[in-house]
Write a new protein. Structure first.
Lengths: 176, 298
């Protein structure tokens, strides 16, 4: 039952997301770019790819629940991250059967997930009236920096957690 | 069986769409932290953020400190000189205070619009979603914080409380202000120029100040303070300095750009400003809360 550790790790990531901005040097912060940490999304992606078996939904469910928590704790509007994380992780869930488990596939899926989440967030916040931003501006100032910084995070946690999650998956299989 | 599964997926899809629309609609309408469940989640996460934020700040602050040490000697010299002036100033202020109190007691005038009770608080997290310029502080309803109270640092006003849980509250920073949260302001030393702060321009990083009077005396370099006429904030909170003045699009009123006095990126210790004089917004809220509590007790 290693699946109980997963929400714990995600909760720690949720708490640390609020300090994420402080890790960047101030010279990067002061120009108008947005660096949004999507650590919960990245970790859910790893769960989905390396821990989940064909019939389980740990990555998806954890991603959705913690998406709602992000909404609740860090924003004014409920349901936006919930939807964005849900839809993009479900996309990965569909792709997963066709694709192999390796580093480049993970990186590619990471890219897909982050870009789709950012576009969903942009669309919904624009509809609701929270932001007023042109598409070009959004891509330059937010999409590109955010994607890069999150792929960097994926690169950092990939070596350790992909092995750990595979190990846990095997242990779970043995118990059964 | 396959048709059943397909149908089940469809049902899940539709219920989740409905759920999301309801959630978005609900949170747009109501202050989400009026909900007990939301308060509980917010406080629980807040508890852990409280533990994590300060050590992280210390570690990051260490590198800044190393940079600062080089400038310390020069700063020290300047500060010593300034300290001399402060001593005389403090003496004068004390005298004036005493005189002011005496005069007030003579005319039976003990409640001023500029009086307030500060509640000291520490920032425990900053929203990673930067489209919401929000921070969280470690004081909540239990400590007397109510929504709509002003938040200020030593340098000047930084924002206002938009949601209060029992032990933590959420603060909207000035950089996220829009037409919905206006501040009634007046130019320091000149009662004739007043108006409203009506939003924030993120490109130039300035607040937009629309003058309601047509005095023609609005100038670059003037200091802008809160007027207390909005009914929520006390008078005299420092907002910022005028950096440019222009005519608005119809040429009828003047709009000024105001650089906030406080640093909005780097906030650690803040004061929640609870104004002493009756405030229609704040006091009605707390009366309602008390009424609710009494009902629950019954």
């Amino acid at each position: 039952m290693k699946s109980l550790y997963l929400p714990l790790i995600l909760f720690i990531l949720l708490v640390f997301e609020s300090t994420a901005v402080r890790f960047l040097p101030e010279s990067i912060m002061s120009n108008n770019l947005f660096y949004i940490p999507h650590w919960i999304l990245i970790f859910s992606l790893l769960i989905l790819l390396f821990y989940d078996q064909a019939h389980t939904y740990h990555g998806l469910i954890n991603g959705i629940v913690f998406g709602l928590l992000v909404d609740l704790v860090y924003t004014d509007l409920l349901g936006i991250y919930f939807l964005a994380y849900g839809v993009s992780l479900y996309l990965v869930h569909l792709f997963k059967k066709v694709l192999q488990q390796n580093f480049f596939v993970t990186l590619l899926l990471g890219l897909v997930v982050i870009v789709s989440v950012e576009f969903i967030l942009f669309t919904l916040y624009t509809i609701v009236g929270q932001i007023d931003m042109a598409m070009n501006e959004f891509i330059q100032d937010r999409l590109i920096p955010t994607t890069l910084i999150n792929l960097l995070f994926l690169l950092i946690i990939y070596p350790f957690f992909s092995k750990l999650l595979l190990k846990w998956q095997e242990q779970d299989l043995q118990i059964k | 069986m396959p048709s059943f599964f397909r149908r089940r997926k469809l049902i899940v899809l539709f219920t989740s769409i409905i759920l999301i629309v309801v959630l978005i609609g609900y949170s747009m309408r109501a202050d989400e932290q009026s909900n007990i469940g939301a308060q509980f989640v917010s406080d629980t996460v807040g508890f852990f953020q409280n533990i994590v934020y300060q050590p992280v700040n210390l570690v990051i602050g260490f590198f800044d400190n190393v940079k600062d040490i080089r400038d310390v000697y020069n700063q020290n010299e300047v500060l010593k000189e300034e300290l001399q002036d402060y001593k005389t100033l403090a003496f004068q202020v004390n005298e004036l205070k005493k005189e002011n109190e005496e005069l007030r007691s003579i005319v039976n005038f003990d409640e001023m619009i500029s009086d307030y009770t500060p509640i000291k608080a520490t920032v425990i997290s900053r929203s990673p979603e930067q489209w919401f310029d929000q921070v969280k502080i470690n004081k909540g309803r239990k400590h007397g914080v109510e929504p709509n109270m002003a938040i200020s640092t030593a340098d000047g006003m930084v924002g206002k409380v938009i949601g209060a849980s029992q032990l933590t509250s959420t603060v909207q920073l000035l950089s996220g202000f829009d037409v919905d949260n206006r501040i009634s302001v007046v130019v320091d030393n000149n009662e004739d120029i007043f108006g409203l702060i009506e939003g924030y321009d993120s490109e130039s990083k300035t607040l937009l100040f629309r003058e309601m009077t047509d005095s023609g005396e609005l100038e670059v370099g003037q200091t802008v303070i809160s007027s207390g006429m909005g009914g929520v904030f006390p008078r005299g909170l420092l907002i910022g300095e005028v950096t440019s003045v222009e005519l608005d699009q119809y040429g009828l009123t003047r709009t000024a750009r105001i650089k906030p006095a406080a640093d909005l990126l780097n906030i650690n210790h803040v004061m929640v400003i609870d104004r002493d004089i009756y405030s229609p917004v704040l006091d009605q809220q707390s009366e309602q809360n008390q009424a609710q509590l009494e009902e629950e007790e019954e």
